[in-house]
Design a protein around this ligand. Structure first.
Ligand code: NAI
Ligand code: 15L
Length: 267
């Protein structure tokens, strides 16, 4: 299964650089966009477009001609409200408005575990729990999920919101033993999110098949996402690190350190 032109935002980022390679099989043309520097297009299968997500006109031009969008761009950690407002809140509005105007039917949105970050690590969650964002960043992802819901109900644009845990080459700490999402499993999830019919607005947790899982994806079973990797091979290495105090936010909350960060800048 392939789309003709697939837009990848955040293409210069940590996951964007991985996906630039790994999404090639799913599109005839991959349009890559970011505000940060990107390598030039390697051939006619790539288009490289510098674009600030907060710039409505630029986003409109970016989305024109695309058949689907994988939206990874934006502020990806806790920052001042003003920074988050530009890149993530105005950014996702600009993106959905452009999708509506240009007839894009499917969006894959990089939401985050930080929309539910204030749950305890002892809680087990499915996609229907009340959100408990753990900062301005988490709030912006929460807004993004509502934006996706609204654009489906009003305009029929379908979205899969992936509440990504921690997607890095390997789990780096005890918390990530539960939240880790391997790159292979991320790519599988995006493939399912792009090509499963009739997803409406689906919320799915993006984690590998980790032993001490916090999240239950039964509400997204129609995607058929079946993660193959696990954090287990890194257990000994991670547990060799000094353990945090039992009352340290990194050991208490699902969102870990994000629950205690900031305020930053103007906020
Ligand atoms: P990253 O910070 O490495 O990449 C984000 C990219 O967005 C950067 O290249 C940045 O230049 C770009 N960006 C920021 N503001 C922008 C703007 N105004 N206009 C255009 N581009 C802008 O983050 P990473 O790790 O690659 O994450 C990708 C996405 O996945 C982000 O949306 C992040 O919130 C989300 N996510 C990532 C997780 C992870 O474990 N890596 C976990 C949960 C969510
Ligand atoms: C996120 O949402 C961030 O984008 C990423 O950098 C990690 O901090 C991740 O969550 C996490 O919670 O580990």
């Amino acid at each position: 299964l392939r789309v003709h032109r697939l837009l990848l935002t955040g293409a210069a980022g940590g996951l964007g650089r991985v996906l630039r390679e790994r999404l090639r099989p799913y599109a005839e043309v991959l349009r890559l966009s970011d505000v940060a520097g990107m390598a030039p297009a390697r051939d006619t299968s790539e288009e490289v477009v510098f674009c600030d997500l907060a710039d409505k006109q630029a986003v409109d031009a970016l989305v024109a001609g695309c058949d689907a969008i994988v939206h990874m761009g934006g502020v990806s950690v806790e920052r001042s409200f003003e920074e988050v407002l530009e890149a993530n809140i105005k950014g996702i509005f600009n993106l959905y408005e452009a999708a509506r105007r240009h007839g894009v039917r499917r969006v894959v949105f990089a939401s985050s575990n930080h929309v539910i970050g204030f749950y305890k690590q002892s809680d087990k969650l499915d996609a229907n729990v009340r959100r408990r964002p753990d900062g301005y960043y988490g709030l912006s992802k929460s807004f993004g999920e509502d934006m996706a819901s609204f654009y489906f109900d009003r305009y029929g644009i379908e979205t899969v919101s992936m509440r990504i845990g921690s997607s890095f080459p390997e789990p780096k700490d005890r918390r990530m033993m539960s939240t880790w999402l391997s790159y292979d499993d991320l790519v599988q999830l995006i493939e399912k999110a792009l090509f499963t019919p009739n997803v409406g607005h689906t919320v799915v947790y993006g984690a590998s098949n980790n032993r001490d899982a916090w999240w239950d994806n039964h509400a997204a079973a129609h995607l058929g996402f079946a993660p193959k990797d696990s954090s287990e091979p890194w257990r000994a290495k991670v547990e060799a690190q000094p353990a945090p105090a039992a009352n340290d936010p990194v050991a208490v909350y699902q969102g870990g350190a994000f629950t205690a960060q900031g305020p930053f800048g103007d906020s």
